[in-house]
Design a protein around this ligand. Structure first.
Ligand SMILES: *[C@@H]1O[C@H](CO)[C@@H](O)[C@H](O)[C@H]1NC(C)=O
Ligand SMILES: *[C@@H]1O[C@H](CO)[C@@H](O)[C@H](O)[C@H]1NC(C)=O
Ligand SMILES: [Cu+2]
Length: 178
């Protein structure tokens, strides 16, 4: 019995590690980072990537000069920073893509978004191991949903992700005791 638990725990751990290693980490702006210097074209930067579920977006910047806020599509278009959905201020902020659709980010410092410090991360439908079952995928002819306001829907999958890792941890503890 104990052996079975150990084998299951090992399998779960290996699976988790494999899934983690397959997730890409994208630094916004590549070597330039998140800035108003040098007229970085964040639209072009995003267009050159294929974002998938589980991938990580990293914003690196001087926190005394910039910040990161997530906004709605309308706020993104008009550079309106008045009611952010999320905000980040550490200078090294990572965000894990947990739902398909658009994630709109801009710098909340006045004038910076207007100067081009904004990025639209579009996590598209893509056949990947991240998809739970093929039947859960809509036909490929349907365009990716235009996520109106990804507000609370972002938080929920994050919670369930944490829940899964919690369960994994518990399984490992149980096998350690056995
Ligand atoms: C900015 O966005 C907020 C929230 O969506 C909205 O209430 C406000 O009217 C907008 N301001 C402008 C100037 O568009
Ligand atoms: C940001 O954090 C990552 C790991 O979380 C690290 O590899 C990277 O060097 C950090 N960047 C800066 C500028 O501190
Ligand atoms: Cu800025």
């Amino acid at each position: 019995m104990a052996l079975v638990v150990r084998v299951l725990a090992l399998a779960a751990a290996v699976t988790a590690v494999l899934e983690m290693s397959s997730a890409a980490v994208y630094k916004v702006g590549d070597s330039a980072g998140w800035t108003t210097f040098g007229n970085v074209n964040y639209k072009q930067w995003a267009a050159s990537k294929t974002f998938q579920l589980g991938d990580v977006i990293r914003f690196e910047y001087n926190p005394q000069l910039h910040n990161v806020i997530r906004v709605t599509h309308a706020m993104y278009r008009s550079c309106n920073a008045s009611l952010p959905l999320d905000s980040y201020t550490t200078g090294n902020d990572t965000i894990t893509i947990t739902t398909r659709g658009h994630y709109f980010y801009m710098c909340g410092v006045p004038g910076h978004c207007q100067a081009g410090q904004k990025v639209d991360i579009n996590a598209m439908r893509h056949p990947s191991s991240a998809a739970p079952t093929p039947s859960a995928l809509a036909p490929p002819t349907v365009p990716a949903p235009h996520a109106p306001t990804p507000g609370p829907s972002i938080a929920a999958p994050l919670q369930s992700l944490k829940g899964n890792f919690g369960l994994l941890g518990l399984t490992l503890v149980v096998s350690g005791l056995a």
